[in-house]
Design a protein around this ligand. Structure first.
Ligand code: PLP
Length: 398
């Protein structure tokens, strides 16, 4: 007889996890997975950063009891994150208008922000870039929002359709929530120029939109401060502002789930009210965040030698990805001179919309090279040993 669960259907498969499953099932020892969203070093391994190892050694030595953190997280963490995201000399910090709560990764930060907005702006609609990170739409829909796209990627130029984006921003109803990738756009790798950000900020202000900046890759674009500059410019423009940030990639701490949500209020008094409501969202979801990752990141960010080490290690990741972009473009030019992949060098962050079609991605798969059907490749999964294999395979399918 029918039970509560018997009629429940299978949920749709996550397309990216599907690639990983197919990759894992492939018995070819030379298989290569470019479908991932993770930084690998030149040996094809997820790094454990030396700054993290050193911070963990300090924490083990301290042998602190595992008490609950406050609902908003570790105070030292929240403060250090705030200074990283807004800049240590930020006016919004000095005026106590910024609040930051530790979150369970960047995803958790987005979800706290979405639940908070749903509570206080229930009629607003959300706009995300076309395309955007896999989970943005589902996450805001699950918080109760209608989610729309704004124009973003231009397949013809492999860059941003800026005229389309700006027109869409200008057409959004006042009070709409607009989700923007602060840097290193996932999945396309196509970012706005500084001048284009000026126009976006002006359109957001003039249109009375609520900007929600998602910064999952700070330090992977031009540098830590350079990538964070967008946040500072939005903060300076005034108006409500939300920022989710993640240390999954920049600290290679994926499984520790370390991120934060920051919100900029109009006054210190308003900030206090917002913080109390954000705490309520956290409290009713998971009560308070985990200790370990927050302590590791806070220790690194606030200990000068470790901080310097982190900045060097992050620069190392950033530079290696750029080298892979260069090598990709150069080698493809040699193998397939009639095709122009120079745009891959202009894209930033871990990903590239390579322009490969679904059919070409399928042909690559037959050669045990795995990419996303959209043509997204993870440049950070290329290394000095697999790049020639990848280039040969791509040249064959072009
Ligand atoms: N936002 C974007 C744009 C991302 O690419 C990712 C991760 O891939 C996230 C958020 C989520 O980050 P986390 O893994 O820290 O939850």
């Amino acid at each position: 007889s029918a039970s509560l669960f018997s009629a429940i259907e299978m949920a749709p498969r996550d397309p990216i996890l599907g690639i990983t499953e197919a990759f894992n099932a492939d018995t070819n020892p030379a298989k290569i997975n470019l479908g991932v969203g993770v930084y690998y070093d030149d040996n094809g391994k997820v790094p454990l950063l030396a700054c993290v190892q050193k911070a963990e050694a300090i924490l083990i030595e301290q042998a602190a009891p595992r008490t609950y953190l406050p609902i908003e997280g570790l105070a030292a963490y929240d403060k250090a994150v705030q200074e990283l995201v807004f800049g240590a000399d930020s006016a919004v910090i000095q005026e106590r208008r910024a609040i930051t709560v530790q979150a369970i990764g960047g995803t958790g930060a987005l979800k706290i922000g979405a639940d908070f907005l749903q509570r206080f702006a229930p009629g607003a609609q959300v706009y995300i870039s076309d395309p955007s990170w896999e989970n943005h739409r589902a996450l805001f829909e699950s918080a109760g929002f209608v989610v729309n796209n704004y124009a973003y990627y231009d397949a013809a130029t492999h860059g941003v359709n800026f005229a389309g984006m700006l027109a869409d921003l200008k057409a959004m109803p006042r009070g709409s929530v607009v989700l923007l990738h602060a840097c290193c756009h996932n999945p396309t790798g196509a970012d706005l120029s500084s001048a284009q950000w000026d126009e976006v900020i002006a359109a957001v202000s003039a249109g009375g939109l609520v900007p929600f900046l998602d910064m999952a890759y700070q330090g992977f674009g031009a540098g830590i401060a350079e990538d964070g500059a967008v946040v500072r410019r939005f903060a300076a423009a005034g108006g409500p502002l939300l920022i989710s940030n993640s240390f999954s990639k920049s600290f290679s701490l994926y499984g520790e789930r370390v991120g934060a949500l920051s919100v900029v209020a109009a006054s210190a008094e308003e900030a206090g009210r917002l913080l109390s409501q954000l705490k309520r969202v956290v409290r009713t979801n998971y009560s308070n965040p985990p200790v370990h990752g927050g302590k590791v990141v806070a220790t690194v960010l606030t200990t000068p030698e470790l901080r310097q080490l982190w900045e060097e290690e992050l620069a190392g990741m950033r530079v290696r990805i750029k080298e892979m972009r260069d090598a990709f473009v150069k080698k493809l030019k040699e193998k397939a001179p009639e095709h122009d992949f120079a745009f891959v060098r202009d894209q930033v962050g871990m990903f590239s919309y390579s322009g490969l079609s679904k059919a070409q991605v399928e042909q690559l798969r037959a050669q045990s090279i795995y990419a996303v059907d959209t043509g997204r490749i993870c440049v950070a999964a290329l290394n000095s040993r697999n790049i020639d294999i990848v280039i040969d395979a791509i040249a064959k399918v072009l």
